[in-house]
Design a protein around this ligand. Sequence first.
Ligand code: ADP
Length: 525
Amino acid sequence: MKLTLPPRVSPQQFDTALQAMARVVGKDWVMASDADRDAYADVYAPGPAEQWPASAAVAPASVEEIRAIVRLANEHKTPLWPVARGKNLGYGTSAPRMAGTIVLDLGRMDRILELDPRLAYCVVEPGVGFFDLYEHIQREKAPLWISVPGNAWGSVLGNALEHGIGYTPYGLHARNLCGIEAVLPDGDVMRTGLGGMDNNPAWHVFPMGYGPTWDLAFSQSNLGIVTKAGLWLQPAPAASLELVFDIPEAEDIGWVVDTITPLKISGLIEQNVFVPSWLGKMVLKGQRKDFWDKPSAIPDWRIKELLKQYKLGYWQVALRLYGEESVIKAKAEIVKAAMARNLKDPPQENWWREGDPINAFEITMGVPSAVPLQMSDWIGGRGAHMGFSPVVPATGEHVLGQMRRSRKIIADFDIDFYASFTINGRFANNVNMLMFDRDDPGQIDTMRKLFSTLIGETAKAGYGEYRTHLGWMDSVMDTYGFNDHALRRFNEKVKDALDPNGILAPGKQGVWPSAYRDSAKEGRA
Ligand code: ADP
C-alpha cells in the first residue's frame, strides 16, 4: 500500500518524525514500507483496504518507550492508533480510522505480570493473547479459567477494551478489568482506582477506588494507551455440564429468551448463553456452494431440507452449568423443566441432550480456539465478514422484534440470515453475521448498503450497535442523538481537554478531536 500522510504533515516532517521514533524503539521497530502498510491493513475490509490506510507502524517495548513516542507524536502532529494484537476481525483489524495515522503496535509488550490463584486474577500487558494466558495458567497449574471470545487469536486486553463477549460466567469481558495503567495523550502515565497509591496491594481487587472510577473510560476510547491491567478470572469449577437444545422455529427465539433470562438473572444459570441460528453450525460443515449453488439467499424450503438432513434446529441453545456435581445435576432438571414448559409440542425424545464431554470448541470452558475462523471459507474466494451487533433488553418481545426486523431487511437484500443472540442477563447481544468475498465488488456494495440500512432502521426502532467497523463508527455515533448528541459533545469535550493535539486514535468510535473533526467526513463507508 502506498504512503498516505497524516493530514497537514509534509513528507519531510513525516520522515523526521519516523527517524525520531526510530531513535526510541530502534529502526527495526519502525515499519513504513508498502509491504509493512499492507501488513497493518484491514484484512476483512469491506472494499479496498486503502480506505483506512495506516502510514506506518511503530512497536515500542516498554511504557517509557510509549511515553517517548507519544511526546514525539505531539511534537510532529503524527497521530497514533494503538492496537494490542491487531486481530479485531470484522471491525477493522489493526487499521486506523483516520487515513495516515501511525499504528502503535503493542504486541511486543506481552508479559503476564501476576497470576494470583487465591484471589483469582491476573495482571497482563496488552500483547498477551488468549492462548498465551491459557497456556501460562496450565503451566502454573493454577485452578483458574479464562473467558474467551468466539475466535480467540486476539489479545485478552484488546478484546476486553473493545467490549468483547465470551460464553462463561465471566463473559462480559470489560467487567473483568480491574485497575488499569494508561499512558495519556500528553505522555503522562496514570493508574486508575487504588493504583493511584504507590504499591497498594488491593489495586486489582477493588473495582472502584476513591473518587470517580475511570477504568471503563479507557474502553472503546481514545483517551489513553493501556499498558497493563488487572483482569478477574473464574475459579475452575468442580464440574460442569452442557445441555444442548435444538429449537425448531425462528420465532421460538422469543420464548427461549423468556425462559433463560430469569434463570440467568437469578444466578441459576451463570454463563452468557449463546444461541446461534442454524447457519452458525452449517458454516463448519463445508462451503455455501455445497448446499446452495446460487448467489441468491438460501430459500426457506431449502433451509427446511438442510435442517432435517443435518438434524439441526433453527436455533441451538448450548447451555453449560458449573459447580459441584450434585448442584449442576439439580440445576439441569430445573432448566429442562423450564424449557419443556415452553415448547409448543410435548417434548419428543432427544429434544435435549448432554453435550459431548470432549467438545471440539470448549469455548464455554474458557479454552481458546480459532476454529470459528473457518466461517470465512463459507462464501468462497477471499472470505470475510462483518457483524451487525445491536443490544436489546433480554425479553421475548424485544428479541423477536429485533429478529424480525433484521431478518426482513437482510432478506430484502437477498442475503442469508445468520444471527445469534447472547443472553447476558438483563440484555441480549444480537450479532447478524454478514459474509462476503473480498474480491466481489457487487457483494461488497450490497453489504455496505445493507449494513447502513440495518443501522438506520434499528436506530429508528430505538436500538443501537455496541461495536462496529471503522467505516460506520460515525454513523453509529450519529444514532446516539439524545439532546442534540449530548453524548458525542461530552466525549469531544473530554477528548479536547486531554488530547489538545488530537494525536490519539482520532475518530475512534466516532469521537473526533477538534484538530481533525473535518476528517470525520472521510473514510465513512
Ligand atoms: P486484539 O488484540 O484482540 O486483536 P486489537 O489489537 O485489534 O485487538 O484491538 C482492538 C481495538 O482495541 C484497537 O483497535 C484499539 O482501538 C483498542 N485497543 C487495543 N489495545 C489497546 C490499548 N492497549 N490501549 C488502548 N486501546 C487499545
